[in-house]
Ligand binder design. Structure first.
Ligand code: CDV
Length: 310
C-alpha cells in the first residue's frame, strides 16, 4: 500500500478583530476546495484558525474573552467546513480556542478524518507569554491569562496509513515536544502558529531572526525524530500587529521541501512519503539502540536550570 500522503498546508492571511467566524470559515473552505481539486489527503490549518490572534488584547470581562472560544466542535459556524471536507473525503487539522462544558479553556487542535469524524485532539502544552498586563512590552501576549496548559500530553494517532501527531506554535521550540511524539513513532507532525514578526521584549529581534529560529526549530525537530513536519502560519498584519509567514513542509532529513511565498491565504502542497521516515528511525535515530535514559532524569524531574555553585 502506498504510504504517500498528499498534504496541503493551508496558510491563513490576517484575520481582523471585526471579521466574523462565518467569513473566516468561508476562506478556509475556499482553500479546502482548492486542496480537493489537487487531490490532497490532508489539509492542515493554523493555530486559532477561526479568529484574530486575540491573546494580544488585554481583557478583563470574561464574557468578552469567552466570545473568542468555541463551546462545541463542530460549532454552528464551522459545520460547513466539516461537511465540505467530508464531501471531498479529505482529512483536516484545525486549531481553535476551546471552552469545555466544565469551564476549562484551552488552545486546541483537532484532527478530523476523511469521514468527518473526530480522530484526535491536542491541547497546547507550552503556553508562551504572561498572565497580567505588562506595560514593558511593545504589545501583549496573554496566552497564560486566557488558556490553561494542555491536559492530554502529546498523543499520536494511527490515521491515513501512518502515525500522525500534533503540537501548537510555541511547542515547536521545545525538543521535549518532538521527542514525546518521536517516542511514539510519529511520521508526520502537524502544527499551526501565530508568531509576531518582532519580539515584544526585544525590538531588534525582527523578522529575519524570528524566521531563522522558526526554521531551526522545525528542521531540528523533524530531523532528530525522523519525521515529516508541517507548520502552518497565520500571518500578515492583524489590526496593526504583524505576524510572520513561513508556512513550510519539512522532510525527515530536516530539509524544507516546500515553503509559502506570501503572507496571505496560500496553499503549500507536498507528497509526503511516510516510508521516508524509516531510514532515520532505523539508523542514527534508532531510539531503542541509542538512547541512554539513565542520564535523562533531569528532563522530567526539574524545570528551572540549576548551574553549579561558584
Ligand atoms: N502563538 C505562539 O505560541 N507564539 C509564540 C511567540 C509568542 C514567540 C511562538 O512561539 O511563536
Amino acid at each position: 500500500m502506498s504510504r504517500i500522503l498528499r498534504v496541503a498546508a493551508a496558510q491563513s492571511g490576517p484575520i481582523q478583530r471585526a471579521e466574523s467566524r462565518q467569513a473566516v470559515v468561508a476562506r478556509l473552505i475556499e482553500m479546502l476546495d482548492r486542496a480537493a481539486e489537487k487531490k490532497c489527503d490532508l489539509v492542515v490549518f493554523t493555530e486559532l484558525a477561526l479568529t484574530t490572534f486575540f491573546p494580544r488584547w488585554y481583557m478583563t470581562d470574561q464574557a468578552e474573552v469567552d466570545a473568542w472560544f468555541e463551546r462545541d466542535m463542530p460549532s454552528l459556524a464551522t459545520r460547513p467546513l466539516f461537511e465540505r471536507a467530508q464531501k471531498h473525503g479529505i482529512a483536516f487539522k484545525l486549531g481553535y480556542a476551546e471552552l469545555t462544558p466544565d469551564g476549562h479553556r484551552f488552545n486546541t487542535a483537532i484532527l478530523v478524518g476523511r469521514d468527518g469524524k473526530l480522530l484526535g485532539k491536542y491541547r497546547k502544552v507550552h503556553l508562551p507569554g504572561h498572565g497580567e498586563f505588562d506595560p514593558a512590552r511593545s504589545f501583549q501576549h496573554l496566552e497564560k491569562r486566557y488558556f490553561e496548559p494542555g491536559d492530554i500530553g502529546f498523543p499520536v494517532w494511527r490515521a491515513m496509513g501512518g502515525v500522525i501527531g500534533m503540537c501548537i506554535c510555541n511547542d515547536r521550540r521545545w525538543p521535549e515536544t518532538w521527542r514525546m511524539l518521536g517516542l511514539q513513532g510519529v511520521e508526520l507532525v502537524a502544527l499551526g502558529f501565530n508568531t509576531p514578526s518582532v519580539n515584544s521584549q526585544k525590538a531588534d529581534e525582527g523578522p529575519a531572526q524570528r524566521a531563522f529560529q522558526h526554521r531551526l526549530s522545525m528542521q531540528a525537530g523533524a530531523y532528530q525524530n525522523a519525521t515529516w513536519a508541517v507548520a502552518v502560519a497565520k500571518c500578515g498584519v492583524e489590526d496593526g500587529h504583524p505576524l510572520m509567514g513561513g508556512t513550510m513542509i519539512v522532510d525527515p532529513n530536516g530539509e524544507i521541501v516546500a515553503e509559502a511565498q506570501t503572507e496571505d491565504d496560500e496553499l503549500v502542497m507536498w507528497d509526503c512519503d511516510l516510508d521516508a521516515t524509516r531510514f532515520g528511525k532505523e539508523t542514527v535515530f534508532d531510539f531503542a539502540r541509542h538512547r541512554r535514559i539513565e542520564h535523562y532524569g533531569r528532563i522530567t524531574s526539574q524545570t528551572a536550570a540549576t548551574p553549579p555553585d561558584k
